[in-house]
Design a protein around this ligand. Structure first.
Ligand SMILES: [Zn+2]
Length: 173
C-alpha cells in the first residue's frame, strides 16, 4: 500500500513537472491534480491521454486514448495513420488489444482529441463499435463521455447500452 502510494506520487510529480513548460494554465491544472488524492483514477487517465496526444501530435490535430485495467496499469494508444480511409481504427483500439494481450480486464476507457495544438482537448464517448468492444469486459466497464462542460465524467456500459442485443440471449449487461 505504502509503495503504491509512493509510486503514484512519483508519477504525479512527473506529470506535474512535464506540464510546466506548457504555460501557466497547465501548471495550475497539473498542480491541482497533483494535490488530489492518489486514487483519482479518472483524472489520471485524462492526463495520460492528453500527455500522449501532446507528445505524439505536437502540431495540428491530436488525439489519444488511455485505458485502465484491473491491476491498475494504464494502457495508452493512438489511431493508426492511414492512406486508405477504410483502414481507420479508433484511437482506443490499440489499448484494448494490449489488454487482451496481457489478459487483463478493462475497467476504464477514455479518449480525447483536439482540432489544433491551440485548441482545448475534448472528451469523446466511445463510438458504438468501441462500446461493443467494451461489452466484452461486462456492464461495469466505465467509459468517459462527451459532455458540454467537457468534465471528466464516466458512465458504465450498462448505462450507455440500456437495450443491448445480448438481452435476447437472456443475458444482462
Ligand atoms: Zn470506436
Amino acid at each position: 500500500m505504502f509503495f503504491n502510494y509512493i509510486s503514484c506520487t512519483k508519477k504525479r510529480l512527473r506529470v506535474s513537472l512535464s506540464k510546466i513548460k506548457y504555460g501557466q494554465k497547465s501548471l495550475a491544472y497539473s498542480l491541482g491534480v497533483f494535490l488530489q488524492p492518489c486514487m483519482d483514477i479518472e483524472k489520471e487517465l485524462y492526463i495520460a491521454a492528453v500527455e500522449l496526444a501532446e507528445k505524439r501530435y505536437p502540431k495540428g490535430w491530436g488525439g489519444a486514448a488511455a485505458v485502465r485495467v484491473e491491476s491498475g496499469k494504464v494502457l495508452t494508444s493512438v489511431a493508426p495513420d492511414i492512406k486508405n480511409e477504410s483502414l481507420g481504427l479508433c484511437m482506443e483500439v490499440g489499448a484494448y488489444l494490449e489488454a487482451h494481450k496481457i489478459d487483463e480486464v478493462v475497467t476504464h476507457s477514455l479518449s480525447v482529441s483536439r482540432e489544433t495544438e491551440k485548441s482545448e482537448f475534448v472528451i469523446l464517448t466511445p463510438c458504438g463499435v468501441c462500446q461493443e468492444r467494451l461489452v466484452h469486459w461486462g456492464g461495469n466497464v466505465l467509459a468517459a463521455i462527451t459532455n458540454p462542460e467537457n468534465k471528466v465524467i464516466f458512465k458504465n456500459i450498462r448505462e450507455l447500452q440500456p437495450h443491448h442485443w445480448s438481452a435476447v440471449n437472456g443475458e444482462q449487461l
